[in-house]
Design a binder for this molecule. Structure first.
Ligand code: HEM
Length: 499
């Protein structure tokens, strides 16, 4: 054992004497430590504040271990990289822990190539209703909204922590689309999957995972970062069980959900040369489940926080909603065109919620440039979406919650170019359409029926965000009040209609 330890120490020392070399004409940045790079110099609680580029400009470099990465700040450079030079910046890292977990399969971590393209196209067309069986995306979302309403009914007049409810609701909407079923809010199957996802995310962002990222020589060792792989395998096992159940109950050519559509696709392309297969399917399902849960539920929680603490905004939304939906049981996504103020409020809540601040990391697919700098192929690129969402000069009120950011002089809804919470270009969020529909239908239905108030014993509202890959607001309690007799009437009508 002693000689093994000595050998490792020797290797580590050797690495310490290797100087980190910056490629020629590479963007400037803080001096990296040998082996460790710059990661340990970042604030672990809020790394975003160190990535603002005040010191090095809107394009600067930092080292993840001994590998260089480039941070892009502000609309101009983010757009140049992701939109103008989309194909050159559309890769994903292949050397990080998350790359090793997904092994390049599925969509989110798949490299730019035919498998990614086939799966992205398949998922987009399937979600846009070309194969979700009898029930559209909108109907499935409205069904979940009715369950949220029922749940909130029991807190009416009091307060509740909305974290669990919104998380389960977002996860149910994705489950309904991909697995054809939603789960009761106390169902053990879904609670276990969510718990696994939470544990996995926590470990994947923990100190051992960081060590895995920055010291590649440690990777083969049986250190605690193996837990992340173990947890990931457990989630995959869970998905595989659902797949097996589906295979037994499906009728080919009559899809009930995205999983059935995928199985049909495998049948259609069984004669070889296709990128569709069982392993890809499991990764795709896991991708959609992971990407579609935290993101939407954190945004909803932020939106509620801002609405509760801005009663005048909430009341104006309520008036607009009541007017447009008068006499009808449900809202529809089409109604957004008649609700400029509500649209502005939801977009503003999304801007302030800043849910995926550093996007998903990209890599350069060929040697390329940005401003006057050269980036070699394979450079990790970090688009700082947060910097764009709060960029001075792009917004009337960059640092405060104000729906006026999305309204013109005559009160029409306008979307500034710097509204990039879903990123941009060829890797733009695949779930953007779904997420926008969810946010609209959930918030419009809830604001129509309830007034949300900051509870008297809620302390001082805290708008700071917790960073953990995605950002989320700190836990808070949501005060729920049913609006007027008309509110009662509509809720009954609504719950009856959705049975
Ligand atoms: C990718 C944001 C909801 C599925 C992304 C990216 C961002 C993002 C910033 C990275 C884009 C890039 O690499 O440049 C959000 C936000 C959401 C949301 C803010 C909610 C408010 C969803 C939902 C789904 C989803 C509901 C499920 C269908 C995906 C997938 C990708 C992705 C599959 C990878 C796309 C690719 O690599 O080609 N999302 N997302 N997202 N998102 Fe979302």
């Amino acid at each position: 054992l002693g000689s093994v330890v000595l050998l490792w120490l020797f290797i580590l020392l050797l690495f310490f004497f290797i100087r980190v070399r910056r490629p020629k004409n590479f963007p400037p940045g803080p001096r990296p430590l040998p082996i460790l790079g710059n990661l340990l110099q970042l604030d672990p609680v809020n790394p975003l504040k160190d990535l603002e580029g005040r010191r090095y400009g809107n394009v600067f470099s930092l080292y993840i271990g001994s590998r260089p990465a480039v941070v892009l700040n502000g609309l101009e450079v983010v757009r140049e990289a992701l939109v103008t030079r989309a194909a050159e910046y559309a890769g994903r890292p292949t050397h990080m822990m998350v790359s090793h977990l997904f092994k390049g399969k599925g969509i989110v971590m798949a490299n730019y190539g035919s498998s990614w393209r086939d799966h992205r196209r398949f998922a987009l067309t399937t979600l846009r209703n070309f194969g979700l069986g009898k029930r559209s995306m909108e109907e499935r979302i409205l069904e979940e909204v009715s369950h949220i309403c029922t749940e909130l009914e029991s807190s009416s007049g009091g307060s509740m922590d909305p974290q669990h409810l919104f998380h389960l609701a977002a996860s149910n909407i994705i489950c309904s689309l991909i697995f054809g079923e939603r789960f009761e809010y106390d169902d053990q199957v879904i609670l276990t999957l969510i718990q696994r996802l939470e544990e996995f995310t926590k470990e994947a962002l923990g100190p051992w995972a960081m060590l895995y990222e920055i010291i590649p020589v440690l990777r083969p060792l049986p250190l605690p970062f193996r837990n992340v792989f173990h947890k990931f395998d457990k989630m995959k096992e869970h998905i595989k069980k659902v797949v097996t159940k589906h295979k037994h109950s499906r009728v080919a050519g009559e899809p009930r959900d995205l999983l059935d559509c995928y199985l049909d696709q495998i049948d259609k392309t069984a004669d070889g040369g296709s990128t569709f297969n069982d392993a890809q399917m499991v990764s795709l399902l896991l991708d959609l489940f992971i990407a579609g849960t935290d993101t939407t539920s954190n945004t909803l929680r932020s939106a509620m926080l801002y609405l509760m603490t801005n009663q005048h905004v909430q009341d104006r939304c309520h008036r607009e909603i009541a007017e447009v939906l008068e006499g009808r049981a449900d809202a529809s996504f089409e109604d957004r065109h008649a609700m400029p103020y509500v649209q502005a409020t939801i977009h503003e809540a999304q801007r302030m919620s800043d849910t995926v601040p550093l996007s998903v990391f990209h890599t350069t697919c060929s040697n390329t440039q940005i401003n006057s700098y050269q980036l070699p192929q394979g450079t990790v690129v970090i688009p700082n979406l947060s910097s764009v969402l709060h960029e001075e000069g792009q917004w009337k009120f960059p640092h405060e919650f104000n729906p006026e950011n999305f309204l013109n002089e005559v009160g029409e809804f306008v979307k500034p170019e710097a509204f990039l919470p879903f990123s941009a270009g060829s890797r733009v969020c695949l779930g953007e359409g779904l997420a926008r529909m969810e946010l609209f239908l959930v918030l419009v239905t809830l604001l129509r029926r309830y007034r949300f108030v900051w509870p008297e014993d809620g302390g001082v509202p805290d708008f700071s965000l917790i960073f953990g890959g995605t950002q989320s607001p700190k836990p808070y309690r949501l005060g729920v009040r049913l609006r007027t007799y008309a509110g009662h009437f509509y809720i009954k009508l609504f719950l009856k209609a959705s049975k």
